[in-house]
Design a protein around this ligand. Structure first.
Ligand code: BDR
Ligand code: CA
Length: 322
């Protein structure tokens, strides 16, 4: 199996990334680590604990990490994910608490024990990953691969320039691209093609308690378009990038680990703006790097949406029969 540490801030789409990894027999989920992001750390951690039991992956440890960005004031996205982070979905309370250990330190130890074996998947602000790299730069060589959900090569979502995960902690994101590894960037331009439209919603309503207690209520309350005040905007596709239905960004990063062939990937040089007044957190992606700007990342540029949703449906099917 492919061994994975998932660093996340659940988060409705984070919850679906966990579901995908939890369902697959070809994935060994080594640990789930949490970070402040969509909602404060206490809530992202509590959600990870609830989901661990809900998906029946009781042997997977959950470790809490950073409760604030490296330098900036926290920004949350409760208006997208609900104040609880799961859109008010009635996932039962957890009976077990968080495991002992600070996520960045645990990430270091797990990678040190099994160099070259574990893929690190980070789908929240990059704070834990940056703290791990600061404390032990060898993390960059010990990780088998690092797959991020964050950034965009055209435009952002929380601001016109920046995607939420990078905007929430631009310094951390910038440090991740300075390390000597080749992060895979599951960019917003790809994840906005993974929108849960009416047809998928109908398909996903049939998984019993998984649908009733999580998928239906969470997705119904997942407002990627709140920024537009809930108003239906008539935007050309090149601008809306696939309409207004909610996109399950983080599940795309998990899907890449399982089935990279679902995506088109290009080498590129990626840097993250940390200071810009209008552009903080912006990922500046150069697909034609040269000289000192040699490629330092792999950027996903396209997704096979039908196959992605088939993979998700299969995972829900598996989880619903557990
Ligand atoms: C990212 O921001 C969060 O709101 C989502 O969970 C996802 O990780 C999308 O910009
Ligand atoms: Ca997330």
């Amino acid at each position: 199996p492919i061994s994975v540490i998932l660093d996340c801030d659940p988060g409705i789409d984070d919850a679906l990334a966990i579901a995908l990894l939890a369902a697959r027999p070809d994935i060994e989920l080594v640990a789930i680590t949490t970070v402040a992001g969509n909602v404060p750390l206490a809530a992202t951690t509590d959600n990870a604990l609830r989901l661990r039991e809900f998906y029946r992956i009781d042997d997977v440890p959950v470790y809490a990490g950073a409760d604030a960005p490296l330098r900036r004031e926290p920004v949350f996205a409760g208006y997208v994910h609900g104040e609880d982070g799961l859109g008010g979905a009635p996932v039962p309370a957890a009976s077990r608490g968080v495991d002992d250990g600070f996520a960045p330190e645990v990430i270091i130890e797990l990678l040190r024990e099994r160099p070259g074996e574990i893929t690190l998947v980070a789908v929240g602000p990059m704070t834990n990953v940056a703290l791990a790299l600061r404390a032990e730069p060898k993390v960059a060589q010990w990780a088998k691969a690092v797959v991020l959900m964050g950034g965009a090569f055209t435009r952002g979502n929380i601001t016109p320039a920046a995607e939420f995960n990078f905007f929430a902690d631009p310094d951390a994101a910038a440090e991740v691209f300075h390390a000597p590894w080749q992060p895979v960037l599951t960019s917003l331009d790809v994840t906005l093609r993974a929108r849960v439209g009416d047809e998928v919603m109908t398909r996903w309503s049939g998984y019993g308690p998984l649908s009733e207690q999580l998928l239906m209520p969470a997705l119904a309350n997942y407002f990627d378009n709140r920024a537009a005040g809930g108003v239906e905007l008539e935007l050309p596709d090149a601008v809306s990038r696939g309409g207004q239905a909610p996109a399950i960004h983080d599940a795309c990063a998990a899907a890449y680990v399982i089935e990279p062939g679902l995506f088109t990937a290009l080498p590129a040089h990626t840097a993250v703006e940390t200071r810009g007044e209008l552009t903080a957190g912006m990922s500046v992606v150069d697909f034609t790097p040269h000289g000192e700007q040699a490629s330092n990342s792999t950027v996903l540029t396209e997704i096979d949406t039908p196959r992605f949703f088939a993979l998700m449906s299969e995972a829900f099917e598996t989880l619903s029969t557990r």
